[in-house]
Write a protein that binds this ligand. Structure first.
Ligand SMILES: NC(=O)c1ccc[n+]([C@@H]2O[C@H](COP(=O)([O-])OP(=O)(O)OC[C@H]3O[C@@H](n4cnc5c(N)ncnc54)[C@H](O)[C@@H]3O)[C@@H](O)[C@H]2O)c1
Length: 342
């Protein structure tokens, strides 16, 4: 029983790979390594291909056959909202095109289970603070629109015998280890940690929102919990009598303000730098927190890590506390990697 994980060399993907291996499953990784790192998945088969290229479905079918793949976790994609505004057509090609290729290959190879990485960005600026899966989807960025289009493709693949869960992650942070850390400054936690490391003042975008401290409130979910949600989703798919497509929120159900996150990271880092307040960013809703009842009911999953765990793990991974020990381990493990750039 092998699981093909696209984007498995990425930040969340590598945590998913780790959780799948711990659940006793075999894993083959497909990744173009554009933002991923091969050293996150040492010792695993790694097929290097850009999923948006026309030849990728053939590579995927061959990989599925060779490795006896019974399920796909599809995380590969572009995730930067600002970049998606600048390059909407490319985002569509990459995210929607890549997902269409994955689904075509699954239909050809007869692989019946898919877990897809969606995002709370599909909701856009929701009118309610606590967002459930029936909250209307109105993505405001091309990125969010690509995720919604991919969910739609996944839902339509039921007619090809593919059952799926599209997991709408809220704000993912933290790290299971230094090796798996998120080294891109693409979210609040990594951006603040990056600025502190360079001796720059941390920034908040707007402090006049209708929230207790005036800054935006978000739902920060630990990447290790997010990874476990994928294992729970696969288990549910494997136990289903007939294929169906569902969407589920993956969050904690609790909000934390941007200001509190910044203050806690400064305290962990021992910094007394003043916080710089910038104007609001267009389209940033005041409060976005996941309603998590459906994931609990459908998967028996709920977040187990608290805010302290999320922030402390991100901080210690960013500061390389475990660097020495893990680097040595990764070098020993070696890597069996199949490389087929197309
Ligand atoms: N990080 C978050 O907070 C968050 C929130 C919601 C949804 N997501 C989604 O989760 C997924 C993983 O995000 P992440 O934070 O790990 O990002 P990441 O950039 O670390 O991981 C993405 C991985 O996919 C690979 N990839 C990208 N485009 C590819 C392509 N065309 N072909 C093959 N491989 C490709 C990259 O090399 C990388 O390894 C993405 O789909 C993202 O949209 C992330």
């Amino acid at each position: 029983m092998n699981v093909l994980v696209t984007g498995g060399a990425g930040y969340i993907g590598a945590h998913v790979v780790d959780a799948l291996l711990r659940s006793g499953r075999g894993v083959v990784v497909v990744d173009d390594l554009s933002t991923g790192r091969a050293d996150r998945v040492p010792g695993l088969p790694l097929v290097q291909v850009d999923l948006a290229t026309p030849g990728s479905p053939d590579v995927l079918v061959e990989t599925m056959d060779t490795w006896d793949v019974t399920a796909v976790v599809h995380l590969a994609g572009r995730k930067k909202v600002g970049e998606s505004v600048a390059r909407p057509a490319w985002y569509h090609e990459q995210n929607v095109g890549g997902t269409a290729h994955v689904l075509r290959a699954m239909a050809s190879a007869g692989v019946p289970h898919l877990v897809f990485s969606s995002s709370a960005a599909v909701y856009g600026s929701p009118a309610v603070a606590l967002v459930d899966e029936d909250t209307p989807t109105h993505p405001i960025s091309p990125y969010g629109a690509t995720k919604l289009a991919c969910e739609d493709l996944a839902a339509r693949a039921v007619t090809d015998g593919v059952g799926s869960f599209s997991l709408r992650y809220f704000n993912v942070a933290g790290a299971g280890s230094w090796l798996l850390r998120d080294d891109e400054e693409a979210n609040l936690v990594t951006t603040v940690l990056g600025r502190l490391a360079r001796g720059e003042a941390p920034q908040v975008n707007g402090d006049d929102y209708p929230t207790p401290d005036g800054t935006c409130v978000r739902d920060l979910v630990d990447v290790r919990d997010v990874a476990d949600a994928h294992v729970a989703a696969l288990r549910a798919l494997e136990g289903a009598a007939t294929p169906a497509a569902e969407v589920l929120n993956v969050g904690t159900g609790s909000g934390v303000s941007v200001r509190e996150v910044v203050d806690r990271l400064c305290a962990l880092d021992g910094h007394g730098l003043p916080v710089e307040v910038l104007p609001r960013r267009a389209g940033d809703p005041a409060t976005v927190v996941a309603a998590v009842g459906r994931a609990r009911d459908r998967l028996g999953w709920q977040a187990s890590y608290g805010l302290d765990d999320v922030l402390r793990s991100a901080w210690s991974a960013a500061r390389g506390e475990q660097a020495g020990a893990e680097q040595a381990g990764a070098e020993q493990a070696g890597a069996e990697q199949v490389s087929r750039a197309r």
